[in-house]
Write a protein that binds this ligand. Structure first.
Ligand code: PLP
Length: 454
């Protein structure tokens, strides 16, 4: 008997994959010649190993990306809903950012001193996100690492609590998971020889009892969480979860770090402002500088005061925080343009409206094809999940993930002119995304899903 994945037989998935692969290859002779067998000089044939994780037989070579569109060297144009896995959430090369970069490029790219853009950005961050003190780093991974260091330092506690199945970047102290109820290192880590469960504990998202129990041990410095779990199949917080989480962390003297790197799709002040969360520490990376590598991390007045006290007494030497190119003028030029001219209320309104249209369109396709799948959305970020919903936690999200089926859908969408994120079924709607792009994606989804569901 054939195995069924997400309501589709494995043999049908294989047949559709074969056909879609042929279509992809036939349309891209130039990309195939350039990278079909791997690009020279690169380990594994690509400059960064994630470039092999796309569902296509080989990646296409990008000629140009502008707004919500990508053009490859074979002249094929795609509506881009991946948007650099959020790095370009507000569209490729928004004009204010491109102009600011061009301007700054003539005035020095890094000098380890503040300039007037740096001064402006501090105020913009405080006003927008509500936390009074900020630091700048280069990646969201770094920002999370540094914020966690502050949390451990000022609480004098060693452990971090993470939610099972979450992802916060290349942050060693978050690489633990629950496996059949046991704490273990995450699977697949390269070169890891430490037992990371010594420094972190994983519990399920939406499980406030498990949070309470872990915090009651008294050794947890900080809970790090996204407001919505986005890095698995998307899991929304259940009603009351965030309030209970905040109350529990306060009760046990544990800090709360909210990582808004993806959920900034919610609104101008992220999920935090939209839903009145009160984090002690706040992290935002990827889109904050429109694709220029930059991240920011903010802290409450209480955390800042405790940090200053700690710093005044700590022994001299490198804190373990900071990298040379962080807080450079190119980052500030781009961030200022993003905060002042791109991540505006109007832009969010546009994104939200089109994302809602996309959500409804995809849900209808699923219903029309009689599939037990669901669609979930946080602001401008939409995701279809090839399993019933809603999902409650990381374990359920892992069970819902259907890579074999999803990768054929992704490939089918590319062949029909739409690119979505390779790692999950994420679709981002940018201020440059037009109604026609959304409708093209809905039609492409309809086409490939009905092919599969035949
Ligand atoms: C929620 C979240 N935080 C942090 C990161 C790390 O971002 P970066 O890879 O830019 O360091 C990611 C990356 O996907 C993320 O999804």
């Amino acid at each position: 008997m054939t195995e069924i994945i997400g309501g589709i037989s494995r043999s049908r998935i294989a047949a559709v994959r074969e056909h879609e692969t042929m279509v992809y290859v036939a349309a891209r002779p130039r990309s195939e010649a350039a990278i079909g067998k791997g690009a020279q000089g690169y380990l594994g044939g690509v400059p960064m190993h994630w470039m092999r994780d796309w569902p296509m037989p080989f990646p296409f070579i990008v000629k140009k990306a502008k707004g919500a569109k990508l053009t490859d060297i074979d002249g094929i144009r795609l509506a881009d809903f991946c948007l650099g896995d959020t790095g370009s959430m507000f569209g490729h090369s928004p004009a204010p950012v491109a102009d600011a970069i061009r301007r700054q490029a003539r005035r020095g790219l890094t000098y380890m001193l503040p300039n007037s853009d740096a001064l402006a950005v501090g105020t913009l961050l405080s006003e927008r996100f509500g936390l009074p003190y900020w630091q700048v780093a280069t990646t969201a991974s770094d920002a999370n690492r540094f914020a966690l260091r502050v949390a451990r330092a000022i609480t004098n506690r060693s452990k971090i609590l993470v939610f099972n199945g979450s992802y916060h970047g290349a942050v060693d102290e978050t690489f633990v998971q629950l496996q059949h109820g046991d704490q273990t290192n995450k699977k697949g880590l390269a070169g890891e020889f430490r037992d990371l469960t010594q420094g972190a504990v994983a519990v399920e998202f939406n499980d406030i009892e498990a949070v309470e129990k872990a915090l009651a041990e008294g050794d947890i410095a900080c809970v790090i969480t996204e407001p919505v779990m986005t890095n698995s199949c998307m899991v929304l917080p259940q009603p009351g979860f965030h309030d209970a989480l905040r109350a529990a962390t306060r009760k046990h003297g544990t800090l709360l770090l909210i990582d808004e790197t993806h959920t900034i799709s919610t609104g101008p002040g992220g999920y935090t402002r939209a839903y009145g969360l009160e984090p002690d520490l706040f992290v935002l990376g990827k889109p904050i500088a429109g694709g220029v590598p930059a991240s920011v991390w903010g802290m409450s007045a209480d955390v800042a005061a405790r940090w200053q006290e700690y710093e005044a007494t700590k022994e001299p030497g490198y804190s373990g925080m900071g990298t040379t190119l962080s807080a450079n003028p190119l980052q500030f030029a781009a961030m200022r343009a993003m905060l002042e001219d791109v991540m505006t209320d109007d832009a969010y309104k546009w994104m939200e409206e089109r994302a809602e249209r996309l959500q409804e369109g995809l849900a209808k396709v699923i219903e029309d094809n009689g599939l037990a799948w669901h669609v979930v959305r946080v602001g401008a970020r939409v995701e279809f999940i090839c399993a019933p919903g809603p999902l409650a936690n990381g374990t359920e999200a892992a069970q819902a993930h259907a890579p074999e089926l999803e990768s054929v859908i992704h490939l089918g969408l590319v062949n029909r002119g739409c690119l979505i994120a390779p790692f999950h079924n994420m679709m981002l709607v940018s201020p440059a995304t037009k109604k026609k792009h959304v409708d093209r994606l809905i039609m492409a989804f309809e086409d490939i899903v009905s092919e599969l569901a035949q």
